[in-house]
Design a binder for this molecule. Sequence first.
Ligand SMILES: NC(=O)C1=CN([C@@H]2O[C@H](COP(=O)(O)OP(=O)(O)OC[C@H]3O[C@@H](n4cnc5c(N)ncnc54)[C@H](O)[C@@H]3O)[C@@H](O)[C@H]2O)C=CC1
Ligand SMILES: N[C@@H](CC=O)C(=O)O
Length: 831
Amino acid sequence: MPSAPPASEHLVRHVHKFGGSSLADATRILSLPPLVADGAASTLVVVSAMHGTTNALVAMADEAVAKGDWRAAWQALRARHLDAAAAIAADNAALHDALVADFDALREDLEALTAGDAGDARIARVHGLGEIASSRLVQAALGDGWARLDARDVLVVHPGEMGVGVEWEASRTKLAAWRATHPPQRIVATGFIARGRDGNDTTLGRNGSDYSAAILAHLFDADELTIWTDVDGVLSADPRLVPDATVLPTMSYAEAWELAYFGAKVLHPQTMAPVQARGIPLRIRNTLDPSVPGTWILPENPEGDAELSPVKGLTIVRDMAVLELVGNGMVGVPGTAEKLFAALHGAGVSVTMISQGSSEHSICCVVRASQVEPARAAVEQAFADAFADGRTQAVEVTPDIAVLAAVGDGMVGFPGVAARLFGALAQARVNIRAIAQGASERNISVAIAETDATRALRAAHSAFWLSPQTVSVGMIGPGNVGRTLLAQLAAVLPGLRSRSQVDLRLRAIANSKRMALDHFAIEPGDAIARLHPEGGEPLDLDAFAAHVRAGHIPHALIIDCSASDATAQKYPGWIAAGIHVVTPNKHAGSGAWTRYSALREAQRHSGAKFGYEATVGAGLPVILTLRNLIDTGDTLHAVDGMLSGTLAWLFNSYDGSRPFSELVREARGLGYTEPDPRDDLSGLDVARKLVILAREAGLQLSLEDVDVESLVPEALQDVGVEEFLARLDELDAPMDARLREAQSKGLGLRHLARLTRDGKATVGVVALPAEHACRHTRLTDNLVQFTTDRYASNPLVVQGPGAGPDVTAAGVFGDVLAIANALGSSEGRYA
Ligand SMILES: NC(=O)C1=CN([C@@H]2O[C@H](COP(=O)(O)OP(=O)(O)OC[C@H]3O[C@@H](n4cnc5c(N)ncnc54)[C@H](O)[C@@H]3O)[C@@H](O)[C@H]2O)C=CC1
Ligand SMILES: N[C@@H](CC=O)C(=O)O
């Protein structure tokens, strides 16, 4: 850690550092000036090499040392820089000449390497040429009034065990000398390169420009350091692995250090120390979108920050191995740990994680896979005596390990963080091999099998960053009901998210032919467009379900708004896999008993819910009412009434003034009928509802047990839907005769259903007197009477609109919300 200077000098106010991605070509370089024109009177810009340049230079140096051919690569790199110079400042001959001289010097170094005249300084000079060249380009792009600082003239460093260390006093002296010959002005400085104590060229190590910028910010006593990159800031996890990773608005130096050390790529791990020593705020911003606020890295997290999540970020380090020293004779013996770690130190092995149970029977540590064999050999040698006399038994190595680290200042003194992490890993079936948490409580690390790494990271991330009521939703069947439900979701979801923890993410949509899957979320209002024309991909219900059941989202739910038996076939499997299912589709509830029992059995095992309230009475609470009666110990004697919205509307409207067929067409147009209206007219739809209610009441009823009167003439039973609709008027004469006969007796027609406790079920048209309750219904009203022990002489009645896209979609939505609400914990988000 550098020491703070005696007094604050503020030689520059603001240091900006641009990485290779911000310097990819002349266009990007020309876009930098506005980013540094922030009003600061004194500014220092630190640059990396142009994108890909350092890799090219390293490859050239390797090629030269191997006496291979580096000339074509040299030529290409030179041309790239001269082209960029021409694009940035065509008439700047000095810039052109300086670059030509740089590349001539590079060629001389490469020739020397080829000739066998190697040496670290020469190699470092080759590696660092990219920063020399890019600093010239950036200086030209920034225009007049910018001096160029070759960091080798100022920075003095030495190699150390923890990486390159800075010779602060020597560097300050050199800076003072440099400043004496350079009037105060704005400066462009090279990143990455420096001088060693011996005066030779050296570098700060790969990706060391962040570190350069932090050192220069410290030396110039800057007020602020901005590191410009190509991402929006520091993310809560690697977004390539965790699609829901979010940009962290703030973090502390300590958190940033832990995250960088444990593999977060956005910062070089050594960057923090120089800025921390002076408390210089560090900000990560995106050159591609400067409007994004980015991430502030500050001495302390702002107050209230931990309420967002006690864990700031999660990282995964792969290619690790667990090394465990096991021995009965180690218990209570002082010095064992010292001996073990001294042996590892002696072998140059870096230890990432240490864990020892209080029994002291074994000490376990995690090391890089590439170092595990030297580590094993060193430990075996150090404990040779203990092995010989049996005090230690084995050095066990478990390969293919990854370390998952959860980092956050907010974990300090916050109960339940470890429980949440371990709970999430357990739920994702990730076995933990070793655990380490320092007394700082800022980092919990777990060693897991490398094959579990991505799953573990996603599960842990969702546990800390997503609401426990985040649900990955897939919707099948955007027809009358489905389309209306999408509109309801579009209207309600934004408010729902802001006033509750329920976070429904529509991630998949399918019709009978195609499906569209989205990693994040589809706006409900855009969902249908995603399928048209020929959008998405061919429908595959298994792939659809697998996508909905994303590992990184806590819960999954499929809404089936089709009338398809094929989709209903899938419910038991989906429910067994933990996917909740909500549907107005009656096939599963009323279909084959074996499938129905399989579905219920799957529910018992997985705990996933099956919401099918809308299958009876659309949005009315019919199933809920019956379930409450049964669950509270009542006994059902009978259910009877009107269970078809379509037939209710037809018989409420049919007075002989218009043909029956015309009314059927109108009911279809209003979205009351089933996709095939014969399902209504044949009584099948009502029979399905009776079966659903019977099963809910504990009766093993099936469709074939229901005595159904059909209104569909035999000749129309087996034709296609279109032909049936074309020949609808064949219904008119028989219906007309029936109506007239009823009217002649002062009666009116109604479609009724009845189920009794002995399993007798009937469905059909009945002529009723004017005083009958079913004659006092309106439009699509369903009227369902439950006669029970408690409601014996005066049945409990549920009445109201029983068909139509609006009320049905609302019934489906109600089921979805009931499930999502039940997923929440009563303890609050992170309590
Ligand atoms: N309309 C209403 O008032 C009520 C309807 N229901 C039920 O709601 C469901 C939907 O009814 P509507 O929206 O009127 O039907 P619809 O015919 O307008 O829409 C059905 C949708 O399902 C899709 N689909 C059909 N077969 C499919 C398959 N094999 N795989 C995937 N998708 C498939 C179609 O592409 C279409 O998007 C039906 O099960 C119906 O019984 C339940 C209560 C009331
Ligand atoms: N077609 C059905 C719709 C609801 O289940 C009806 O009319 O009742």
